[in-house]
Design a protein around this ligand. Structure first.
Ligand SMILES: Cc1cc2nc3c(=O)[nH]c(=O)nc-3n(C[C@H](O)[C@H](O)[C@H](O)COP(=O)(O)O)c2cc1C
Length: 449
């Protein structure tokens, strides 16, 4: 007799490629959030969806030992914050003097800013004294509650809601504040709110407290190896995460979230042109625009911060055909692109990398002398708006960007961030652009056609 499994091919029950890509993107985009909360309330239907995701977590013996305590009262939050402040002072003193200085600069909670606080509890008596799966490992009920937290964390991120886990709290104080009976244990104190900014990397990494390690350093084969587990890893595992600071799942495609919601998920008219400095990338874009014909708009992002730059900009402008329209957009690129794509026959954006640089410099307090920086908008919002403008119908658009990451690792943080953000931006645009070309030494090399 033939078993059924002979007829099922491996992967038969896998999700579709875009679904898997969206899932891996979600996992990579989830962050612990402490200081990027909007004060806007979270509608109850959204909260309900997030809690439903938590409630679908695996649990030992299907015991579902969790309970969710929702806190919105500012007076209660204040009590918890006071408790945090006491514990945090004790915590600071446990680190060496040098670490202590850095520790004290870290913001490790968002209790008062987050519109919703949530206490995830574990009822250690749920389903009675003998529970399937807890007979030999009693703590599996706590592990189940942590699974619920992780489901919640991911669901919230998918909704655009940030979650921060605050564990610098004395359990006894939480017990007193929330009148918890003895058998109910606080597992996680969480702060939830709409995101005002979406960090692409863990904040503790960005602030130099800790570094993320590569997956291959955590994988053991057959036996536990204390020394360098990476040395046992197959080439596939090592290739999967060769760089210690790699942020995304390198093995999975990373489409932009706007891709899913856009009306036009595969705009046929977007062409990303990458290259190094003086590689011929702008000239190539202009040649294509000339070939295309019609009314051409060139959106420029450079600003004349000094005389040399002003001369450069003037030279570029003089080199372009006289009947082309030049639009300056050092910051508000999304709106400029949307307008130009509606009004012209072909649009050239030159270049994305300078626009990114303008935004990053804003964070250091510098802004382009001739341009008023946009008020009340973050770079993350502007970037999302740009992706949406590109994903909509419009004139063919040629986007020029620098491939900056090929050199050595820059010696200071802002340059490293610039390099990383530039690489990420290129990936996001490349994911929605049907055509991508790399120009080197004046020669275009098609990466995607
Ligand atoms: C069990 C647990 C407890 C945590 N407690 C705190 C905390 O008290 N304060 C804090 O700022 N972050 C806390 N975090 C967040 C971690 O610092 C964060 O997950 C880590 O730095 C990685 O960053 P990411 O979550 O943004 O990827 C906690 C995370 C976990 C899983």
């Amino acid at each position: 007799m033939m078993n059924n499994w002979h007829r099922v091919r491996p992967g038969a029950f896998a999700f579709s490629e875009p679904e898997r890509a969206a899932f891996y993107r979600l996992v990579a985009a989830r962050r612990d959030v402490r200081q990027h909360f909007l004060p806007d309330p979270i509608p109850e239907e959204v909260l309900c969806r997030i809690l439903e995701a938590a409630h679908r977590a695996p649990s030992v013996g299907l015991s579902q030992p969790w309970d969710f305590l929702i806190i919105r009262d500012p007076a209660t939050k204040e009590q918890v914050w006071q408790s945090f402040a006491r514990a945090n002072e004790e915590a600071a003193q446990r680190f060496t003097e040098k670490r202590q200085t850095l520790y004290r600069t870290l913001k490790l909670e968002g209790i008062r800013e987050a519109p919703v606080n949530l206490l995830v509890l574990c009822d250690r008596q749920r389903r009675g004294p003998v529970v399937l799966g807890r007979t030999h490992q009693r703590q599996m009920d706590l592990a189940s509650c942590v699974c619920a937290v992780q489901n919640l964390w991911l669901a919230a991120r998918a909704e655009g809601i940030g979650v921060g886990w605050v564990s610098i709290l004395r359990r006894q104080e939480l017990r007193a504040i929330f009148s918890l009976p003895r058998h109910v244990v606080p597992v996680a104190y969480l702060c939830l709110g709409w995101l005002s900014d979406a960090l692409s990397e863990p904040e503790l990494e960005r602030l130099g407290w800790e570094q993320r390690s590569p997956l291959s350093a955590h994988v053991h084969w057959e036996r536990y190896t204390s020394a360098q587990p990476a040395s046992c890893a197959s080439a596939a595992f090592q290739a999967c995460d060769p760089a210690p600071h790699r942020r995304h799942f390198p093995c999975a495609p990373l489409p932009s979230p706007t891709l899913r919601s856009s009306k036009n998920p595969h705009p046929t008219s977007i062409h990303l042109i990458l290259g190094g400095a003086k590689s011929g990338k702008s000239r190539y874009a202009e040649t294509l625009a000339l070939k295309q014909g019609g009314r051409v708009a060139v959106i420029v992002t450079a600003v004349a911060a000094d005389e040399e730059m002003a001369e450069r900009i003037a030279r570029h402008r003089a080199d372009r055909p006289a009947d082309w329209t030049t639009i300056e957009a050092p910051y508000a690129l999304a709106q400029a692109v949307a307008n130009a794509r509606a009004a012209f026959d072909v649009v050239v954006v030159d270049c994305l990398t300078l626009w990114l640089s303008n935004w990053l410099l804003l964070e250091t307090g510098w802004h382009a002398p001739q341009a008023e920086p946009p008020k009340g908008r973050t770079f993350a919002e502007e970037r999302a708006a740009l992706l949406a403008a590109l994903a909509s119908d419009g004139a063919p658009t040629l986007l020029v960007a620098n491939e900056v990451g090929l050199g050595i690792v820059p010696g200071e943080a802002l340059s490293r961030r610039f390099r990383d953000e530039a690489g990420r931006l290129n990936q996001e645009i490349a994911a929605i652009a049907p055509k991508v070309t790399l120009v080197a030494a004046g020669i275009p090399l098609a990466l995607k056609r």
